[in-house]
Design a binder for this molecule. Structure first.
Ligand SMILES: [Zn+2]
Length: 143
């Protein structure tokens, strides 16, 4: 860690629903806490971060709000089911912004997708671990 990389936070917990079509135990909608740990940012070229007028390179609040937007109190659905969910959400008057369509709803894919979104928005390389479930028997996926 140094002027070209640093740890932004140790741990954020979000809650979301998802399901994995065709999976024997995860095939129907259910919820998880997702733990995002040891999120660090790195410059692309190894040079020191450029600081703004306040001396800040990456605002912690921006990263947190991106994570919350896509992973907290949302329903993560396979994009192939988007139309059915959209119709259901419309009928029920649910917040459409809480419906997050993705190609795959597995934690591995969610970690990669979140990394991609964060990097696109903040313009730096991002690393973190994503755990599905808060108990000690869950595995983590590092991206
Ligand atoms: Zn699950």
């Amino acid at each position: 860690m140094g002027e070209n990389e640093y740890l932004v936070f140790k741990r954020i917990v979000v809650d979301a629903a998802h399901y994995i079509p065709g999976h024997p135990t995860c095939g129907s909608p259910h919820g998880h806490s997702y733990i995002i740990e040891n999120l660090s940012v790195h410059t692309l070229d190894g040079k020191p971060f450029e600081l703004n007028e306040q001396g800040i390179s990456v605002d912690f609040g921006d990263i947190k709000s991106i994570i919350k937007r896509y992973m907290d109190h949302v329903n993560i659905i396979p994009s192939e089911h988007w139309k059915q969910w959209r119709d259901f959400y419309e009928e029920m008057g649910f917040d459409m912004n809480r419906l997050i369509p993705v190609k795959h709803t597995s934690w591995e894919f969610l970690a990669r997708e979140l990394k991609r979104k964060l990097q696109n928005k903040i313009g730096y390389r991002v690393h973190f671990r994503l755990f599905e479930g808060a108990d000690d028997n869950t595995g983590g996926f590092e991206v």
